[in-house]
Design a protein around this ligand. Structure first.
Ligand code: ADP
Ligand code: ZN
Ligand code: MG
Length: 485
């Protein structure tokens, strides 16, 4: 990032829309699944036919309470549904059912790990609403089509206070929030499919000022990176504008990822433009304490707590714990490896290195696919055990791992079939060393003459001569003895 703030300070507040992973939509029984043929998942309710009545999906309330509890919000004993009125072709009723004055959750916070330590970001509110349909602009027929499959899919809108000050902090907030929702199993967090969307509110003000500057809302970012870049661009634009004697106008701007800039879309509407009013079709939502308690009892261990446990109970470095707990499925996998063989740091190295690298290479990041990972956690644990008990070297283990990936065979089977058992027989290793030193007399002389860097070369040659099977620690000891003796 090229951010130059000079005498200004930046203020960022984020609004996230998270699609809930319920089976059915919020006010009808239609499937909420993504990816069906257009308009398959529709009925008179979610098509907004006059006279159709919404019936609230209880799971949506349960999911909202889960999110609220996990983010330290107050759960409102009574909240209300409101109509947000506006016209757009993807909004067939002419209004969206949302919550306005009395949202289900208020006044929470999440702790966000950043480069400069933990940052607490406050949440203003979390409310429930229905998603709209989707307009598709079809270039071939030069027509606009509407797909109502998404109409009525449940959403949580999660609004932060303007507590963030840097694009990277906004990115970290989003990653943390997404991780929490994924742990709660209420949202799959897929940004490309639009199940986790973010609008960024950005303003600048002179350093030390006590009032906020005029904000601009940015839309159309479909990755964390895009959010960070869009905010970065926007901050620079606002500062330049002010320095040139101009004034920021409150508006909505669209981010263009190809040109890496934001462009004005429309002047910002005010809340009163929507003519919010309580929805007469839905009674106030009453949530008894007993329901909240019941949901609280089913909350899983959240990333924060899990991270602390990995550090305190398993002795992992902070960094490892943070990487491993970012995704619940990765953390589960890691814990299963440790359950098979208790060497947490080795398990962490394998999972953070080989496993996550492959997940990235195969672009599996966004889907929760680690359950289908070709190497079972128990097998990875068994592989680490083979290293720890001296059966194979760390280097051979990489070869075994590759073969586990390719064939799905157990590590012990591969080691035996391919004769990879580590050679710890001193006689055999000494013989290999003699052979290597004999064949490289000139280099031996150089080494003895002071060129100590050659030690690594000899180790390499001995490993090669033994097909990589020699116990490397033993090679080091014996080689040094021979060269220096
Ligand atoms: P609106 O009425 O435009 O929706 P809100 O006050 O409800 O505005 O805030 C919407 C989002 O914008 C929140 O995330 C809030 O933190 C953020 N926000 C509000 N004022 C500012 C500001 N001056 N600069 C940056 N973000 C802001
Ligand atoms: Zn429907
Ligand atoms: Mg608002």
């Amino acid at each position: 990032m090229t951010l130059r703030l000079g005498n200004y300070e930046s203020v960022i507040g984020l609004e996230v829309h998270a699609e809930l992973a319920t089976a059915a939509k919020i006010f009808c029984g239609c499937s909420a699944a993504f990816g069906a043929a257009p308009n398959r998942h529709t009925c008179p309710v979610c098509l907004g036919m006059p006279g159709m009545l919404p019936v609230l999906n209880r799971r949506v309330v349960e999911f909202a309470v889960r999110a609220g509890l996990a983010t330290h919000c107050r759960i409102a004993p009574v909240s209300r549904w409101a109509r947000k009125n506006y016209f757009y072709p993807d909004l067939c009723k002419g209004y969206q059912i949302s919550q306005y004055e009395l949202p289900i959750c208020e006044a929470g916070w999440i702790d966000v790990p950043t480069e400069n330590g933990t940052k607490r970001v406050r949440l203003t509110r979390i409310h429930m609403e229905e998603d709209t349909g989707k307009n598709i602009h079809d270039a071939r027929s030069n027509a606009s089509l509407v797909d109502f499959n998404r109409s009525g899919v449940p959403l949580l809108e999660i609004v932060s206070e303007p507590d963030m000050t840097h694009p990277a902090e906004a990115g970290a907030y989003l990653r943390t929030l997404r991780s929490i929702l994924q742990y709660l199993q209420i949202c799959d967090g897929n940004m490309e499919e639009g199940s986790f969307r973010c609008d960024a509110n950005v303003s600048v003000r002179p350093r030390g000022a006590t009032t906020l500057g005029t904000k601009v809302e940015i839309k159309n970012m479909n990755s964390f990176r895009a959010v960070e870049r869009a905010i970065d661009y926007e901050l620079e634009r606002q500062i330049e504008l002010i320095q040139d004697g101009g004034r920021v106008v409150q508006e909505t701007r669209l981010y263009d990822p190809d040109r890496d800039e934001t462009r004005s879309m429309r002047s910002k509407e005010e809340a009163h433009d929507y003519r919010y009013f309580p929805d007469p079709d839905l009674p106030p939502l009453v949530i008894p304490d007993s329901f909240v308690d019941e949901v609280r009892r089913t909350l899983p261990e959240l990333p924060d707590a899990r991270r602390r446990r990995f550090v305190e109970d398993l002795g992992l470095p902070e960094y490892d714990a943070e990487v491993l707990t970012a995704r619940r499925d990765v953390a589960d996998y890691f814990e299963a490896v440790v359950a098979a063989h208790r060497n947490a740091k080795a398990a962490s190295n394998w999972v953070m290195g080989d496993v996550l690298r492959l997940v990235r290479e195969h672009k599996l990041d966004d889907a929760l696919v680690i359950e289908r990972w070709p190497v079972a956690a128990a097998d990875l644990g068994a592989l680490i055990a083979l290293i720890d008990d001296g059966t194979i070297s760390g280097k051979i283990a990489k070869t075994v791992f590759e073969e586990m990936l390719a064939t799905g065979a157990a590590p012990a089977t591969i080691v035996e079939r391919r004769g990879l058992v580590q050679v710890s027989d001193e006689g055999a290793i000494a013989a290999a060393i003699d052979q290597v030193l004999g064949a490289n007399a000139a280099k031996v002389a150089e080494y003895r003459g002071g060129k100590e860097k050659l030690f690594g070369f000899f180790v390499g040659q001995v490993m090669k001569a033994t097909g990589g099977k020699a116990n490397p620690a033993l090679v080091n000891v014996l080689l040094r003895a021979k060269l220096e003796g």
